[in-house]
Design a protein around this ligand. Structure first.
Ligand SMILES: [Ca+2]
Ligand SMILES: [Ca+2]
Length: 157
């Protein structure tokens, strides 16, 4: 679960196509900085949940939507919670939510650039098996497969 969620974080940094994982640690850092600057609509150097989703959604405008979405609603005690369609795939919104919670290390409900970069670097290192700072074809393939398995596992509930 933890590894899958870190890969979800990595997917947050990805441009439109899911296959295009940033190939170097440096490339990921710069992709994340770009994502962050684009998502921070209020310009307060923090991104909130809505900004994170919007920032990601903008990069995914051309991607087909999941037919049966992953839903977020409000639990009786007032906290947001995720609900899964037991037959549906995990949607982008669900992936963002999981990645968001993981990245928010100080738990203030907002993401700083440092938190985003740290989560991205951790996800990169998990995928970079030989630790050379580059995701080669095989490492990228493995990360992509894990992401698919992660979505599948969650969609089964
Ligand atoms: Ca935070
Ligand atoms: Ca490598």
């Amino acid at each position: 679960m933890r590894l899958g969620a870190m890969i979800a974080m990595l997917s947050l940094a990805m441009p439109a196509a899911a296959q295009e994982l940033p190939m170097t640690r440096e490339g990921l850092a710069s992709a994340l900085a770009q994502y962050f600057a684009g998502a921070d609509r209020k310009g307060d150097r923090r991104i909130d949940r809505g900004e994170a989703a919007l920032g990601y959604a903008r990069s995914l405008l051309q991607e087909p939507r999941d037919i049966e979405p992953f839903l977020m609603d409000i639990a009786p005690d007032g906290t947001p919670r995720l609900s899964l369609n037991d037959k549906g795939p995990l949607s982008t919104a669900g992936m963002i939510d999981i990645a968001y919670q993981l990245a928010d290390r100080d738990g203030d409900g907002l993401l700083s650039l440092a938190e985003v970069q740290a989560a991205g670097a951790a996800a990169f290192d998990a995928a970079d098996k030989d630790r050379d700072g580059i995701l080669d074809e095989r490492e990228r393939q493995a990360a992509t497969e894990k992401l698919a398995l992660f979505r599948k596992a969650l969609s089964r509930g």
